[in-house]
Structure formats: structure tokens, C-alpha cells
Design a protein around this ligand. Structure first.
Ligand SMILES: NC(=O)c1ccc[n+]([C@@H]2O[C@H](COP(=O)([O-])OP(=O)(O)OC[C@H]3O[C@@H](n4cnc5c(N)ncnc54)[C@H](OP(=O)(O)O)[C@@H]3O)[C@@H](O)[C@H]2O)c1
Ligand SMILES: [Zn+2]
Ligand SMILES: [Zn+2]
Length: 361
């Protein structure tokens, strides 16, 4: 079937696209399957991963590439075999993942860990089993397999729901999995898009205290307003790691740069504490001394986005508790300017592109 709409969006054609050189062009979406949903995009958050990908920071990107994986919009075409009973006209969203093998013999897919499937397909810069490419949400329309398309609870505005689908879930999932809750003292490193969600969700999950850990004091008031109980500015207090040593049970680090004081972060942990890295720097982490690990039985781990059922759980908690992320709307037409501002750390705390043709600013 030929659709009445075109798949077009902001395409990165080479690494210079990250500097604000994306071009508006048409592209060929994934081959239609009856399990798919076409989403008329109204909103799409700007995630740090969009920049890493546009600039080929992690690995060579398969250009042309339309980034954006915090997508909310309206289902305009639904296949005959879609999951979640999605209907044309429903408000739906898709996050950073748009595919996995979904085979019963896959240990990860069979146990609700689709986000760890060895054949995970990203919402952009990914390849489906049939060889077609995935294109993201800096666009008019996005085609995604319904297994990864969620319904948005009616009480959550689209511009707030969009960044939850990657930024939100990437902090909610490791907090939940690693025991954030009553009695736990939690630290969130990096007060950015992910980090601000980390503060909100750690509080919502009932942490005994939440400490925001940032480079400077500039974001202190914001962090406290978001619900943090404590704040550490690592560049502004030379002795921060001894001042706050052994004060936290769980740290989720969203830092996107390899230039991080990792040993200092580990010093903040109590015995049996855990350090979970979700930020994805383009270079290796700094070398560090093992004695904090050995001496305190500390564990270092990582976490990748979250599975569809975890996203649904996060959205339900958000609706139940009335959690409000801090978003700033930017016109999709100005996406090139918005990604540059994002790269310069100006977002407070998530830019969300609004497709002016499909939604009011
Ligand atoms: N694991 C996953 O599944 C997953 C999912 C989504 C995103 N990510 C990754 O997570 C990272 C963060 O994404 P984001 O969208 O939250 O980006 P962001 O809004 O730019 O936030 C990153 C934060 O990291 C801190 N930071 C930056 N450079 C630093 C440095 N040199 N030293 C210490 N801290 C530094 C900053 O916090 P302060 O200003 O407070 O210091 C900054 O706000 C990116 O690498 C992204 O690719 C991973
Ligand atoms: Zn993301
Ligand atoms: Zn699988």
C-alpha cells in the first residue's frame, strides 16, 4: 500500500551534521509489516545519544541517518497483527528501541529483557532483519514495530511523555533494578536530561535521600527544586570525595564524557554499594584504583534503556504520582539550532522538538 504521507525528516549525511548541518530530506522507511505502526510524529526529545550518533562518535554511523528516539505522536496506520490493541488515532510513543528478535529461544526476549537482546534494533541507525533501516523522530512520520510502541497515559502531556521514553526509562530502570527505595541513599551524577529524570524517579521510588552530583554549583537550585536532598559540586569543592565519603548506597551516573572523576565517585559509596553507568562516553573511562572495589565490596555495572514493560511501568508511576519533567519546546524546523544548544549544555533539562505541522508549539 502506498501511503498518502511521505517519510521525511532531518537527515545527518556525515559527521558535520552534529554541528547543525542536518538536511531535510525524504527517505525510505522500513519495509511495512502487519505488526507495524506508522506514527505521525508530534513530539521528539533530543537525547545525548542523537549527538553521539550524528557525529559518528561511538562507531561509524550508517548515513543518511534521521536521529530522535523519544517519539510521541498519533498512530495513523496500524497493521492487522499489532500488539497492545493499538488503533488508528491513538496517542502512542516509541523510545530508543524498535526491534529485537522476539524469538522464544532468545533468553533475553523470552524473559522480558528485549533491551538486552543480541539483535536489538535501535530506533535510528539500526538495521532490521530484512536489511531495511530504522529512521527516528526528527521527522514527520516514523514506522515502528508495535511490540515497542506504547500507549501514552492520558494525563501525561506529549512533550513530557516523549523524553521519558529514553531519558526517563534509562534512569528509572537501573534505579528500580538496583534497589532504589526506602532506606536507600541514592546519588545521581550529571544533572542533564537523564540526570534530572534520575532525581525525579529516585524520589518517586521512595529513596531515603537523593544527592545530585554535578560539576559546578550552577544547577544546585534546580536540583533541589527537582527534589534532591543534597548536592555535590565536584569542581567547586576540592575535597568533595572525602567530605561525602561512604554516604551513598547506589549511584547512577549519566555522565556523557570520559573526563569524569570515577575514583571520587566510588569513594562516595558505602560498603556493598553499587555504581551504575548509563552515560555512554565516546572514549574509555579513566583508569581507577581497585581498592575502593575490593575494600568495600563495591560493584560497577551498566544499564541500557528499558524493556517495553518497564517503560509502561514508568509511565504508570509518572501518571500516578504526577511527576513533571522539565522540558523546553523547540520547533522541529529549528532542529539544527536545537542540537547545537543541546551539545553546549543549554537544555534545562530536555529539549523536545515539536512538529509544527502536527502539533501546536
Ligand atoms: N545507557 C543507555 O541506555 C543510554 C540511554 C540514553 C542516553 N545515554 C547516554 O547518556 C549520556 C547522557 O545523555 P543526556 O541526554 O542526559 O545528555 P545531557 O543532557 O547532555 O547530560 C549529560 C550530563 O553529563 C554531565 N557531564 C558532561 N560532561 C561532563 C564531564 N566532562 N564531566 C562530568 N560530567 C559531565 C553534565 O552534567 P553536569 O553539568 O551536572 O555536570 C551533563 O548535564 C549520553 O552519553 C547518552 O548517549 C545512555
Ligand atoms: Zn536516548
Ligand atoms: Zn531476542
Amino acid at each position: 500500500m502506498n501511503t498518502s504521507y511521505k517519510f521525511q525528516g532531518w537527515l545527518g549525511l556525515d559527521p558535520s551534521s552534529a554541528k547543525g548541518n542536518m538536511q531535510w530530506k525524504e527517505y525510505e522507511p522500513k519495509t511495512w509489516e502487519e505488526t507495524d505502526v506508522d506514527i505521525k510524529v508530534t513530539h521528539c526529545g533530543i537525547c545525548g545519544s542523537d549527538l553521539h550518533t550524528l557525529r559518528s562518535g561511538w562507531a561509524p554511523t550508517i548515513y543518511p541517518c534521521c536521529v530522535g528516539h523519544e517519539i510521541v505522536g498519533t498512530a495513523v496506520r496500524v497493521g492487522s497483527k499489532v500488539e497492545r490493541n493499538i488503533k488508528v488515532g491513538d496517542r502512542v510513543g516509541v523510545g530508543a528501541q524498535s526491534g529485537s528478535c522476539l524469538k522464544p529461544e532468545c533468553e533475553e526476549c523470552a524473559s522480558g529483557m528485549e533491551n538486552h537482546c543480541p539483535n536489538m534494533v535501535g530506533t535510528y541507525n539500526g538495521k532490521y532483519a530484512d536489511g531495511s533501516k530504522s529512521y527516528g523522530g526528527y521527522s514527520d512520520y516514523c514506522r515502528a514495530p508495535s511490540h515497542f510502541v506504547v500507549r501514552i497515559p492520558s494525563s501525561i502531556p506529549s512533550e513530557e511523555a516523549a523524553p521519558m521514553l529514553c531519558g526517563g526509562i534509562t534512569t528509572f530502570a537501573p534505579l528500580k533494578k538496583n534497589g532504589c527505595g526506602p532506606g536507600k541513599k541514592v546519588g545521581i551524577v550529571g544533572v542533564g536530561g537523564l540526570g534530572h529524570f534520575g532525581i525525579l524517579y529516585a524520589k518517586a521510588l521512595g529513596a531515603a535521600s537523593v544527592t545530585a552530583i554535578s560539576r559546578t554549583s550552577a544547577k544546585k537550585e534546580d536540583a533541589m527544586q527537582l527534589g534532591a536532598d543534597g548536592y555535590i559540586a565536584t569542581n567547586d569543592d576540592a575535597d568533595w570525595s572525602t567530605h561525602h565519603a561512604r554516604s551513598l548506597d547506589l549511584i547512577v551516573s549519566t555522565v556523557s564524557s570520559p573526563n569524569m572523576p570515577l575514583e571520587g565517585y566510588l569513594q562516595l559509596l558505602r560498603t556493598n554499594g553499587q555504581f551504575i553507568q548509563v552515560g555512554a562516553p565516546e572514549d574509555k573511562l579513566p583508569a581507577f584504583n581497585v581498592f575502593p572495589l575490593i575494600g568495600k565490596g563495591v560493584k560497577i555495572g551498566g544499564s541500557a534503556i528499558g524493556a517495553p514493560r518497564e517503560i509502561e511501568e514508568m509511565l504508570a508511576l509518572t501518571a500516578e504520582k504526577g511527576i513533571r519533567p522539565w522540558v523546553q519546546k523547540r520547533a522541529l524546523g529549528e532542529a539544527n539550532k536545537a542540537i547545537v544548544d543541546m551539545d553546549e549544555g543549554r537544555a534545562r533539562y530536555r529539549y523536545v522538538l515539536v512538529n509544527e505541522a502536527h502539533a501546536k508549539m
